[in-house]
Structures are given as structure tokens and as C-alpha cells.
Design a protein around this ligand. Structure first.
Ligand code: ADP
Ligand code: MG
Length: 151
């Protein structure tokens, strides 16, 4: 099996599932979030933040590209939507290889700059509030994480 699926009937269930992932994350982990506008990428990030013990409210960083939050580990929350059609390189490597967890919304827009190993998460609309969440681990670290999550 190379991907894992979860169903969330509402935003709370998405947050609860993401929180469980947040609890398993370690320094240097990279999560990419893909899905249409309103699919729940930022909502998912709120859950990850909760799992990491971040107390500040996580909001969409659309206009700042990168926001940093203090938790048990630092959380680097990126939304690279604005970088579409841009060659801008903001030195992402320093975040990916840093001492925190990086979450990237619209990550395919900086595909060339992403690390080889990461956990890709796609969110699909099922209904108004229902979402299908598909996890695709790239690399053994993330495969292990998914197995732990789904066992
Ligand atoms: P994105 O970052 O992908 O554009 P947001 O997380 O900002 O999306 O917005 C998702 C919106 O959809 C929020 O208002 C959230 O409350 C709502 N929503 C409804 N159902 C769900 C669900 N199952 N999972 C995530 N968000 C949901
Ligand atoms: Mg968003």
C-alpha cells in the first residue's frame, strides 16, 4: 500500500485527525498540503499545530508566505500560493532542514524546491463538510509514521 485514506465528516474531525499526526512529528519533518481553495489545508494545519502544542491561533499566512509558531517544536507554516508564476526562492531549505516542523500549503507550486522525503496530504471535497484525506508518504520515515497512525 502506498497511500492511506481517512474520512472527515466536518472540520472538527479534520482537526482531530491532524492533531494525531502533529503528536507524531519530529524536528525536520515536512508535510505538504494540497487541495482546492476551502478544502481545509489551513484547518488541517490548525490540527497539526494543536498536536505540536502550539497555543497561538494559526491563520492563513497567504500574505506573508511563512509564519512561525512556538510549540513543543517550532512550526513553520507556509502558504506558497502567492508564489505562483514566480521564481522567488525564499531559502526554504533552511526551514525544511531546521529544528522544527514545516507545513506547506499549495506545495506543488514550489515542487523543485521540496525535499525528496515528505508526507504529502491531499484534501478532497466529499460534500459540503465532508472531506477525503489522502496521505502519500515519500520515504521510509513517513511510511513508518503512516503505519503508526493507521494501525
Ligand atoms: P484552505 O486552506 O484549503 O483554503 P481552509 O482550511 O482555510 O481551507 O478552509 C476550509 C473551510 O471549510 C473552513 O471554513 C472549515 O471550517 C470548513 N470545513 C467544513 N468541513 C470541513 C472539513 N471536513 N475539513 C476541513 N474544513 C472543513
Ligand atoms: Mg489555506
Amino acid at each position: 500500500m502506498d497511500n492511506f485514506e481517512w474520512k472527515a465528516d466536518n472540520a472538527e474531525e479534520t482537526i482531530d485527525f491532524a492533531e494525531r499526526i502533529g503528536l507524531l512529528l519530529e524536528a525536520g519533518d515536512v508535510i505538504t498540503l494540497e487541495g482546492d481553495l476551502g478544502a481545509g489545508k489551513t484547518t488541517f494545519t490548525k490540527g497539526i499545530a494543536k498536536g505540536l502544542g502550539v497555543t497561538k491561533t494559526v491563520n492563513s499566512p497567504t500574505f506573508t508566505i511563512i509564519k512561525e509558531y512556538k510549540g513543543n517544536l517550532p512550526l513553520y507554516h507556509m502558504d506558497v500560493y502567492r508564489l505562483k508564476n514566480s521564481e522567488e526562492d525564499l531559502g526554504f531549505d533552511e526551514y525544511f532542514e531546521g529544528d522544527g516542523v514545516t507545513v506547506v500549503e499549495w506545495a506543488h507550486l514550489i515542487e523543485d524546491q521540496l525535499p525528496m522525503e515528505l508526507l504529502q496530504i491531499q484534501l478532497f471535497y466529499n460534500s459540503t463538510s465532508g472531506r477525503k484525506i489522502v496521505l502519500t508518504p515519500k520515504g521510509s520515515r513517513y511510511m513508518q509514521l503512516c503505519k503508526e497512525l493507521f494501525e
